[in-house]
Ligand binder design. Sequence first.
Ligand code: AMP
Length: 292
Amino acid sequence: MLRIALPNKGRLSEDARELFADAGLEVRARGERALTAALGDAFEAIFVRAQDIPEFVADGAADVGVTGWDLVSESDRALTCLADLEFGRCRLAVAAREDTGVATLGDIPAGARIATSFPRLTERFFGDRQLRVEVVPVSGAAEIAPHLGIADIVVDLVSTGSTLRTNGLREVATVLESTARLIGAAEPGLRGGRTNDERERDLRDLVGALQSVLRARGQRYIMANVPRDQLDEVRAVLPGITGPTVIDLLDGGRHVAVHAVAPAAGLYRTIAALKSLGAEGILVTRIERLMP
Ligand code: AMP
């Protein structure tokens, strides 16, 4: 079985489980705190801390893993991104205490102390820009450091920015944009006597299943009855994947039903346009999975 390392708690764990369940890979754990679980028929999940997942995958303890790109980048291990899973969106940002007057990277004084739980990425970011700073590694909650007098500047993850604001910090620059990713080892070994072909096939199936869910999340299935003589205009409004499906209605031929896949964003505009073309009985449904 292909072994997948999933985050056991924290921001990424619920979204990861939900994505796998939507892809038909429901976690079947033997209890709340189980460390492993069957994931569909072909996969096995192990639950570990998100920050340990790069190591587990790089060392071959798991074939693939789900974790944040920030943690993958900081680990500096030879890993590849197999799919962007689109949740857990955040950025690793440089932030300075508002009362220091630091508003840009250029305002940071030489030798400034920077607290972060991402020391490698921080060293590299400032090194690449020939800015001399002293990186102070902390194990978490870097935003507290300025209050403790440890550092005036932090490099920390930001999602909404409310934690920075609460702590009187101003965002100065972005080090890295991150989302949760499915990762694999750059040079994978083979676990459990499986052949390379079997591994490749399982990986292809897994990535395909996850991507079909991600694709579907941004789309809706829209159905409407429209006057037959408006079909050309309707086609322009509802291009669909290969153009809308058109179905006869038993009303003597005046109307037809059109079905199409349309982007969820801006759907209200599509509906308004259909109404202006005389559409009736408009239905919109979610799509579970989409394989073009
Ligand atoms: P926010 O107040 O929404 O900007 O969130 C910032 C806090 O949440 C910081 O303490 C971050 O360490 C943490 N955080 C935000 N997004 C993520 C993420 N995707 N993964 C892990 N931690 C995050």
